[in-house]
Design a protein around this ligand. Structure first.
Ligand code: AMP
Length: 395
């Protein structure tokens, strides 16, 4: 796996695909700088080598050119974080971009305008990718968040740098963290899958059964499993058409020697609201009109024991409706358990949308081994797919 550490960038212009798809408020101020911070080590290494940096990214989902999605809004913030005055050019290809790239001096950083102002980006257009390729000497992919997309800047462009392409620090870290779970995980390996729906995680579960010793199924997903086994789940979220699949997953797990842990009790509510009345009940005996919105105290204790005994831990998806304070306890308890196990030497990886949000919100981000920056890319990796953006560099 070739990374930026294998290249001396002195006198070279590095064309880096970063993920600067950051949230902006109504005044176009960046409200979460995580993704910019995450790209910093790669950029700094190249500058320190004596190279120049050309940054390309998308921002949001523009339909053509839309000022609110211009990357000009983030130039100041990126400059501040890098400690370098970042130049900006209001297009990412053709004359304007080519001129700005040509005039760029070693030690300088140039940010190109939003790639998605050109529909060719998402279409994976080869001639558009070729135009992007003109701008730099080396192609660096450091955007895990878009590595599952075969877009021009994430995948197609790599073919124009047959010998001069590599992974940035961030992407290399994402790959090696996933490898530590899926290929090299010290036993016992535990995967915790939560979140709303079984259907969005079936392929993940099936792929992961070959890799883990323990599987915790929590959150809204668990009710489909409980109902399929004959439990009363009241009004809890459930995918009725996935009951057979749930039983099949349990059968497969048994055959593969994977121990599956599903909540035994829940915090049930009489409405999907933080102000609802609540009661703790057995997950197989939820009264009609009530719905399970969080893992109960017994379940939290059982999960804690499994977590403490594990040496490798993957967490994707919350254990309850953590967005509401009254149903966040299960997710917080799990975060605490994982933090404690990590402190004792376990390797822990948290990834995939909502669990990352939960980990940040409750202050666990620095207490786990790695927090992934890619939602969809992470899930597709866990499904066992080779991501096109990664494959394009390895080719
Ligand atoms: P996902 O995107 O599939 O990881 O699902 C995350 C969402 O699942 C979060 O917004 C949670 O609020 C939701 N969720 C977790 N547990 C439950 C539950 N018991 N009932 C309804 N929604 C839930």
């Amino acid at each position: 796996m070739k990374t930026i550490q294998d290249i001396n960038f002195k006198g070279k212009k590095a064309l880096i695909r970063v993920d600067f798809n950051v949230p902006l408020d109504e005044n176009f101020s960046v409200t979460d700088v995580t993704r910019i911070e995450a790209a910093k080590p790669t950029i700094i290494k190249i500058l320190k080598d004596g190279g120049a940096v050309i940054l390309m990214s998308h921002l949001g989902r523009p339909k053509g050119i839309e000022d609110k999605f211009s990357l000009k809004h983030i130039v100041k913030k990126v400059s501040e974080i890098l400690g370098v005055e970042v130049k900006f050019v209001s297009d990412c290809v053709e004359e304007l971009a080519e001129k700005a790239a040509a005039e760029l001096q070693m030690g300088e950083v140039l940010l190109l305008e939003n790639l998605r102002f050109h529909p060719e980006e998402k279409a994976g257009d080869v001639s558009f990718a070729k135009q992007l390729a003109k701008l730099g000497d080396v192609y660096v992919n450091d955007a895990f968040g878009t590595a599952h997309r075969a877009h021009a800047s994430t995948t197609i462009v790599a073919q124009f740098f047959p010998k001069n392409k590599c992974f940035g620090n961030l992407l290399a870290q994402e790959i090696s963290s996933l490898k530590k779970i899926l290929e090299e995980g010290e036993k016992p390996v535990l995967a915790i899958l939560g979140g709303a729906k079984v259907s969005s995680k079936i392929t993940v579960i099936e792929n992961i059964l070959d890799k883990v010793d323990h599987l915790i199924i929590g959150g809204g997903m668990s009710f489909t499993f409980i109902k399929a086994q004959g439990g009363n789940i009241g009004n809890s979220i459930c995918e009725d058409d996935k009951q057979d699949l749930a039983l099949d997953i349990l059968k497969q797990a048994k055959e593969k020697g994977v121990q599956v842990h599903i909540p035994v009790d829940v915090v049930a509510a009489d409405a999907f609201s933080n102000d609802a009345n609540t009661q703790i009940c057995d997950i197989t005996a939820i009264p009609d009109g009530w719905q399970g919105l969080d893992a109960g105290p017994q379940s939290r204790a059982i999960f804690d024991k499994v977590v403490q005994e594990s040496k490798t831990i993957l967490w994707n998806g919350p254990l309850g409706v953590f967005e509401m304070e009254n149903f966040a306890k299960g997710t917080i308890a799990l975060g605490n358990s994982i933090a404690e196990a990590t402190k004792k030497g376990a390797f822990s990886l948290v990834g995939g949308g909502d669990s990352v949000a939960a980990v940040k919100q409750f202050g666990f981000a620095n207490k786990v081994s790695y927090v992934s920056t890619g939602g969809g890319a992470m899930l597709e990796s866990l499904e066992g797919k080779t991501l096109p953006g990664i494959e394009a560099i390895l080719k």
